[in-house]
Design a protein around this ligand. Sequence first.
Ligand code: A3P
Length: 328
Amino acid sequence: VGDGDDADASVLEECAGAAVSALPSNPKLFLRRYLGTWVLETWVPGIVAIQRGFAPRRGDVVLASPPKCGTTWLKALAFATMARGAHPPAGDPGHPLLRANPHDCVPFMERLFAAGLGSKVMDALPSPRLMATHMHHSILPASIAENPDCKIVYICRDPKDMLISMWHFSRRIRPDLAFSDLFEAACEGSCLSGPIWDHVLGYWNASKASPERVLFLRYEEMLRDPVGNVVKLSQFLGRPFSPAEAEAGVAMDVVRLCSFQKLKDLEVNRADSGSSPLGGVIREGAFVNSSYFRRGEAGDWANHMTPEMARRLDAAMEERLRGSGFSF
Ligand code: A3P
């Protein structure tokens, strides 16, 4: 434990108890509103610690997303792309993604910093570091948002599918959670990572202003053209596939390694418990590896939502996104 951990610890102490409990809340969903964004209560100290104490390193890559929008997939794809020198995506039986869940390959910042391990774990990562966050762009520290040496890859998804995915995921630990509670909160802007329109707009606008620093991806587009998106990702990360790699189909190898079915069927991802050596500290919490792989499709919302609900959520999104140049 070094100085960085002491600093993390003092921030956590400061945030503990009174300060967090004074924030507006959505008790049904265990959320607090922090600087206009709805986050899990337990993440607030982590976010404050990131804002105050994140020490950037040249080449850092932050994977940003609202929850349940393809974070696991993006973690796997970015990790496989960045690590392909040491670990070829095909023909390496020791590839980390064959042995560990993607969430154990790329740490989740809010949780890590909330546990007081931000500096310790992040300092130990080799450069270029990959890390993930669900924070809105508006609350990222300048050390990430305005840092020319730090890149951000964002992924979002049709909010209707995101909500259905979130409901299934949450019910694993809260079987009594009513979909209507989640739905109403989303329409009002107060679901996890809400307002969703602000989450998307923050990164959309940042990607328009600084396309060399913020790459904006969409889950549905990735499903339609995974190889094209991996090529785009590799170029953005400054690791384009060489002509020899292109000839050998390495981008396709990355896509295959990270495909929904491939990852879902791995022994490690069928496990009943998390495999993290840090006991769930670097990922989202008490979720087992298999819970990150459900259907992996677009449009499942139609099996769960009435057309009227879909229209309402679409309209809420459209109203807020109007004029931005972005639409779902
Ligand atoms: P569904 O619940 O709709 O199936 P996150 O990773 O942000 O938690 O998002 C989870 C969603 O991504 C889930 O959606 C999950 O099934 C899907 N997913 C996980 N791994 C995937 C992969 N390799 N390819 C495509 N989708 C994937």
